[in-house]
Write a protein that binds this ligand. Structure first.
Ligand code: ADP
Ligand code: ADP
Length: 232
């Protein structure tokens, strides 16, 4: 069974006229898969990501996250499933400015009922894993863009989610830092994480195993990325 499955999903907005941000989209993310979504601005990428992550619900069709039909759940239940199942990484990092790296990473675990000591231990381990073991007590303003994004990735992983969703994770860092972020995603993929990544950039999308091309709210084609040969 896939981690998440969209079945003939439509998301329409009433905006004077009806705008279909997505029309009849079906997509399944198998456990351990690494998928990139590409498409021009306004093609429906954010809408797709929000539906996959349970932040939004479809106007037609079904979204099954971790085996549950999200439409059958209340907003509270949906938030709970989301908290347990999905880790989000954003272009703008979305860290809490007054909290240290450890406190930012530990925050989702507060809502999962973890003890203070266990939260600290888990956050330290994750930050060490993303190469920030020497920046545990720094605040976001004391970190570079790439370091901030690594804190955000560690936070997304805190509750051990079934699915990692990233919206333009390299959009606010320089090219070299972006490549390092992508190398980290590759490690997470190799460790068995299921990843969905939205990007405008072809060279970023090519890190995934397949690229879903979206245009005018529809999946235009699904491309399998050729096996990379050697290092790069
Ligand atoms: P991106 O392509 O990175 O998702 P955009 O700038 O296209 O960024 O969109 C940012 C957000 O603004 C989207 O999540 C979308 O919901 C909203 N948005 C984009 N275009 C429109 C629009 N024409 N009308 C209303 N909301 C929009
Ligand atoms: P992308 O992320 O690829 O830029 P979006 O998913 O943000 O695309 O938007 C897809 C389409 O849906 C666009 O035409 C956008 O104008 C429209 N749209 C997105 N959000 C809203 C909204 N809140 N209200 C009205 N239209 C929206």
């Amino acid at each position: 069974e896939p981690v998440v499955e969209l079945v003939d999903v439509t998301r329409a907005y009433e905006d004077g006229a009806t705008v279909e941000a997505l029309s009849g989209v079906s997509l399944a993310l198998a456990e351990g898969s690494y998928t990139a979504v590409m498409g021009p601005s306004g093609s429906g990428k954010s809408t797709l990501l929000n539906l996959v992550g349970g932040l939004d619900t479809p106007t037609a069709g079904a979204v099954r996250l971790d085996g549950r039909d999200l439409a059958a759940l209340s907003e509270d239940e949906r938030a709970r499933v989301r908290g347990r199942t999905v880790g989000f990484v954003f272009q703008t990092f979305n860290l809490m400015p007054r909290l240290t790296a450890v406190e930012n990473v530990a925050l989702p675990l507060v809502f999962q009922g973890w003890s203070r000591a266990d939260r600290r231990e888990r956050a330290e381990a994750l930050l060490t894993e993303v190469g920030l073991g020497d920046r545990l007590d720094h605040r976001p303003t004391e970190l570079s863009g790439g370091q901030r994004q690594r804190v955000a990735i560690a936070r997304a992983l805190a509750a051990d989610p079934a699915l990692l969703l990233a919206d333009e994770p390299t959009g606010n860092v320089d090219t070299e830092t972006g490549e390092r972020i992508m190398a980290l995603f590759e490690e997470l993929h190799e460790a068995g994480n299921t990843i969905l990544l939205v990007t405008h950039e072809r060279h970023i999308a090519e890190h995934a195993d397949r690229i879903v091309h979206v245009r005018d709210g529809e999946i235009e084609r699904v491309e399998t990325v050729a096996e990379r040969v050697g290092g790069a």
